[in-house]
Each structure stands twice: as C-alpha cells, then as structure tokens.
Design a protein around this ligand. Structure first.
Ligand code: HEM
Ligand SMILES: CC(C)=CCC/C(C)=C/CC/C(C)=C/COP(=O)(O)OP(=O)(O)O
Length: 296
C-alpha cells in the first residue's frame, strides 16, 4: 500500500513537471497582474468565481500549451542536454498519456475561459493554437522567426486577465500583452545563445544558431531597447503614474546594460545572465502595474 502511494506521488510529480511550472507561474502572474490592475484602476468589484475561473483558465491553458509542445518536441527534447531529462524523453510519462493530459488541460482552459466571456474564450483558443500549432508544430523547426509568430500567444494571458475584468481603456490590456510580446525575443534568444550547440544538434533554427554571434548579440540589444521603449508606453495612457514609470525605467536600464555588456563582450555567462534576469524584469513591471493602480 505504501509503495502504491509512493508511485502515485511520483506520477503526480512527473505530470506536474510535464507542465513546465516555472513557465506557467509567470504566465499566470501576468494575467493576475493585469486583472488586479484593471480592477483597482477602475474600481471594478470582482467575484471570487471570476478570480477562480481566471486562475484555472490561464494555469490550465499555459500548462496545456507547455505539455502539448513537450509532446510535439519529444524527439528533439531527447537530443538536447537541457531537455533530455524531461518526463517524456526520460520515459517517465508515455507520449500518449502526455497527449491526453495536455488535451484535457486545454479543454479545462477553454471551458473556464468560456464562463469568463466570449473574448477570453477566443483569446485562449488563439493562444493555444499559436503556441502549439503555429510555433511548436509549424515554425520552431523551420524558421528563425519562430518565436516572433509564436510570441503572440505569450501576450494572451495578460490580455485575457485584463478583459476578464473590464473593457474600459482596453488599450492598457493590449499594451500589457505587447510588453510580453516584445519581451520574448530577449528572453529566448539570450538563452538560445547560451545553449547554441544544443539547438544546433537538434536542428532547431533559433536565430543565434543560424546567425553569427556578433549579429545575434546586436539583434538582442536592439530587441531589448525596443522592449524598454515599449514598456514606457503605458505611462502615457494617463492611468499609471511615477511608480510604474520609475520601475520600468530602472529595470529597463538594467536590461539595456546587460544586453550592451553582451554586445561588447559576448559570452555564455553574460547571455545566461540576460536570460535569468529577463523573468524578474517582467515580473517587476507587472508588480509595478498593480502597485501603481492601488495608489491610483
Ligand atoms: C514563443 C515564446 C517562448 C519561448 C520559445 C520560450 C522558451 C523558453 C525556454 C526554452 C525556456 C527554458 C526552459 C528550460 O530549459 O527549462 C524558457 C524558460 C522560461 N520561460 Fe519562456 N519562452 C517563451 C515565452 C515565455 C512567456 C510568454 C513567458 C511568461 C510570460 C515565459 C516564461 C518563462 C520562465 C519564467 C522561464 C524560466 C526562466 C528561468 O529559469 O529563470 N516564457 N522559456
Ligand atoms: C493562454 C495561453 C494558451 C498561453 C500560451 C502561452 C505560452 C504557454 C507561452 C510559453 C511558451 C513557451 C515557454 C514555449 C516553450 O518553448 P519551447 O517548447 O521551444 O521550449 P523548450 O525548448 O524548453 O521545450
């Protein structure tokens, strides 16, 4: 009996790991951050049911996308050092069970989104399609702009979070989604530069694999600058104040400093630093949205 409990516990851990929790934690955070900001900016009373539906929609949707992209990538994941220990390539979960689990999660996310509103449902369906089909199935192995076309799904959680609360000044929700969209190239290309050989072995044409190191670091520096400039935009909607502006400026300067350092002295260590700082950067901006809206 004890052995059965242990085996069950291990399987739960394996399925949890299959969803790439570190990734969907931040995706959920962007959705909740957008929703909390919208409710505080416009004094919208939000029911516990809406909060619950939003959390489960985004968590299940992002987990579904991560699980199904993992199912798509099970062959190349078995080749790359970074991914070969994952549940499917390591044989802890069968591809068939992973596929069924991912489809169930996708179904849960669509049902929860439906009960929020039709726009949330549409955006969730779009986010799932863009990440699982457009990015993972069609472009990841064929195009160096794979993460650009796959990046729209990354902004879906923030916009779903916003319109789950209100459609007032919807440009703010679109800007939050845009911030995530412009954040993705720096986030992934810095990692791809760090693990270039891995992607090369798996024939994944990430930009730093198919371009020279000098061109890649120039493009990362440029996309970081574009992201930081875009991050200041919400301040000019006259809804956010100095708390957001100062946070976006200070964290933006750090991101620009890191990417200029990478430009001037390209190294695996610096590209890893840019990658590791990119998530706290995004989280800090969504915290600033909420704090600024609270004191609004
Ligand atoms: C097309 C879009 C994206 C691609 C291709 C991508 C790719 C990746 C990859 C390859 C990793 C490393 C995973 C690992 O080795 O375990 C990663 C980590 C991560 N991603 Fe992304 N990502 C994308 C979008 C996003 C979005 C939109 C978010 C959240 C808003 C996000 C959040 C994270 C987080 C939090 C991590 C872990 C970072 C760390 O370990 O410090 N990603 N991503
Ligand atoms: C609401 C909704 C559906 C949102 C979907 C957005 C979403 C899940 C974005 C994350 C994309 C992501 C981390 C892809 C991993 O790329 P990869 O599979 O190339 O990474 P890997 O090389 O580590 O496997």
């Amino acid at each position: 009996m004890v052995l059965e409990m242990k085996t069950f516990g291990n399987q739960v851990k394996n399925y949890y790991e299959l969803t790439k929790p570190k990734i969907w934690y931040l995706l959920v955070f962007t959705a909740i951050g957008a929703a909390v900001s919208a409710s505080w900016l416009f004094d919208v009373q939000v029911s516990w049911m809406t909060w619950a539906l939003l959390f489960f929609a985004i968590a299940a949707g992002s987990a579904a996308a991560d699980t199904l992209t993992g199912y798509n990538d099970r062959d190349i994941d078995a080749i790359m050092e970074r991914t070969k220990g994952r549940p499917i390539p390591s044989g802890r979960i069968s591809p068939r069970n992973a596929l069924i689990f991912g489809l169930i999660l996708a179904g849960i996310s669509l049902v929860c989104s439906w009960f929020i509103n039709i726009w949330a449902f549409g955006l969730m369906a779009f986010g799932l399609f863009d990440n699982i089909i457009v990015y993972s199935k069609w472009l990841k192995r064929t195009s160096q702009s794979n993460i650009i076309w796959g990046g729209f799904s990354g902004g879906a959680p923030a916009l779903i979070g916003y319109i789950a609360i209100t459609f007032q000044h919807v440009e703010i929700g679109i800007a939050m989604a845009g911030l995530v969209f412009f954040w993705i190239p720096t986030h992934i290309w810095s990692l791809a530069l760090h693990v270039k050989e891995d992607y090369k072995k798996a024939n994944v044409p990430m930009l730093p694999v198919v371009s020279s190191e000098s061109k890649s670091v120039r493009i990362i520096a440029l996309t970081t600058l574009m992201m930081v400039v875009f991050s200041i935009l919400p301040f000019f909607f006259n809804q956010f104040g100095l708390i957001y502006l100062l946070t976006a400026t200070v964290f933006g300067i750090v991101m620009i400093f890191l990417s200029v350092w990478l430009l001037l002295k390209p190294s695996e260590k610096t590209s890893w630093l840019v990658f590791k700082f990119s998530s706290p950067y995004l989280a800090a901006l969504f915290i600033a949205f909420m704090v600024d809206a609270f004191f609004h």
